[in-house]
Ligand binder design. Sequence first.
Ligand code: DGL
Length: 262
Amino acid sequence: MRIAFFDSGIGGITVMTEAMKQLPREDYIYYADNLHVPYGTKSKDEVKFYVKTAIDDIMQEEVKAVVIACNTATSIAVADLRNEYQVPIIGLEPAVKPAVEMNRASGKRVLVFATPLTLSQSKYTDLVTRVDDQHIVDSLPLTDLVGYCERLEIEEATQYLQEQLAIYDLANYGTIVLGCTHYPFYKNVIKQLVPDHIQIIDGSNGTVKKLKQELEKSGMLSVHGTCDVKYMCSSHDSATLAKLEKATQIYAEIDRVNLEDN
Ligand code: DGL
């Protein structure tokens, strides 16, 4: 049985890549709801409906866990999905808590990037209220970045990011949180635009750890897999499947360069 990763588009590939590193003996499904990307600028009800339709599609396959590799879909739909399906459903949320902890001693601020829909949900605002006891967290919706990413335009987003960051005095910030799974495609670009001391983090490591724990708990960890990926998409066309495979290769290289730099 495979582990399924789901996102509106190619963003969840950044989380699946982390899973392939931590769980190399598994096989995977990657499902993109490319007919409806982006989710981050749609209404809550629309996203809820699209996510449910896509997960129903995924459940036609033999899966042992589903990772909602999308912060926006998690904040809208994860509770309903857990009530509805038997298999473990693992969600993702912006890594605000670790970021606040990382800056407690230095007194520097935290900047969270996410989609407009994620930032407007009570799941996010409650999280910030709960963990941001020093009031150091600022949030910035990067509305256009998912579009650049879906077109596989990486360097091309540099000017957009520069403009978005221009109003911040980045010397005061210690950590940037990438609270949308598309954004790690830009971790090397963002690194070039911000002071060296700023750490850039995302939620994929914590999510994959949770996935591993779930599988261990139920004795479902595999030893025979080879990181084989079955790509699926809501439009069911081969050009999109080829794009998903290409995006996986592009991201593997971005991740490799990032690790080498650190
Ligand atoms: N990748 C998604 C996230 O983590 C959503 C992007 C979108 O469809 O707007 O929020």
